[in-house]
Design a protein around this ligand. Structure first.
Ligand code: SAM
Length: 290
């Protein structure tokens, strides 16, 4: 699925990696606001999947993650305006935001500033860990006992629960983007549902808006190349849900070590991204070669 950035590029990309399917992964070592303005044409991007800094004091190599709150939200507002400019009219903007126990409003604060630009079409809960008791699930033959799966950072506190989820806000320009829901669908538990409704012609149903996507297990802290990534499966599911198309272009304004770039690579679609840290961008190239 080849795609060419259709605006003459003013910046030279830090790296362009060409895929076998004619797709390209284009990485810019650049601030995302000026990067989007100078390199991306209006209505040129199909899907944006990103996770911005949450302004919670995370130690990145370049970015200072402790702006005054109002300044942070104003910055997010600017990102939203630029994303709106470069997004196609039927495009999807998946914005992953979490929070901290001390400030549970962060995600909703960021969502609120996007309200000026976008319709909120779906709110997806990214579930990192879940515990399910056998007695609550009834007669599900595959569940034979209590289960507790996934990873989370334990919070030692009498006040706060462990934080086992984050939001993925799905913004669109009209609230009417047509999705490929079955591309991320799940098999019916009760197979008699297949064929019962006109829409249920195969063993796949809408999975809903709770997505269990665990982090990969890492053996040691040294395996952690970046302090705040999402699993590659997350952007992969977002892109599939929007719908895979020929010549599509995916953007991540905050590349990190490239989970969205790698998802695009795996799906054979073109990608463009911006990141201010050279260390992280080098990691993307290494990850793509793995
Ligand atoms: C939450 S992380 C993204 C992680 C990414 N989703 C991944 O899985 O690897 C946010 C990233 O934004 C980068 N960043 C901060 N300010 C930026 C800016 N103005 N332009 C581009 N990237 C920026 C940070 O260096 C950090 O790597």
């Amino acid at each position: 699925m080849p795609h060419r950035l259709d605006k003459p590029k003013r910046d030279s990309p830090y790296k362009i990696i060409r895929g076998k399917r004619g797709n390209t992964i284009t990485l810019f070592l650049k601030d995302c606001l000026s990067g989007m303005r100078e390199n991306l044409a209006e209505r040129s991007v199909d899907v944006v999947v990103t996770s911005p800094p949450y302004n919670i004091g995370i130690q990145y190599t370049k970015h200072k993650d402790n702006l005054p709150h109002e300044k942070y939200l104003a910055w997010m507002g600017e990102v939203g305006r630029d994303v709106k400019r470069i997004l196609k009219d039927d495009g999807s903007f998946f914005l992953n935001v979490g929070s901290t126990p001390r400030d549970q409003w962060i995600a909703w604060g960021v969502a609120q500033v996007m309200k000026n630009e976008f319709a909120l079409q779906n709110v997806i809960h990214w579930i990192k860990s879940i515990a399910i008791e056998k007695r609550d699930v009834g007669r599900y033959p595959n569940i034979v006992g209590d289960i507790a799966v996934g990873h989370f950072k334990p919070i030692v506190s009498k006040r706060f629960l462990n934080d086992c989820h984050e939001y993925i806000f799905h913004f669109t320009k009209t609230g009417n983007a047509q999705l490929d829901k079955l591309a991320v669908g799940v098999p019916y538990q009760d197979k008699t549902n297949i064929g019962r409704w006109k829409s249920a012609r195969r063993d796949r149903r809408d999975r809903g808006n709770t997505w269990f996507i665990p982090y990969e297990t890492i053996q040691s802290k040294n395996d952690r190349r970046h302090p705040a990534t999402f699993p590659i499966k997350l952007p992969e599911m977002c892109i599939r849900l929007h719908g895979l198309k020929r010549n599509m272009l995916v953007l991540d304004p905050f590349v990190g070590i490239g989970s969205t770039a790698i998802a695009s690579w795996n799906l054979g679609v073109s990608f463009v991204g911006f990141e201010i840290s050279r260390t992280y961008l080098d990691e993307v190239a290494t990850n793509l070669r793995r």
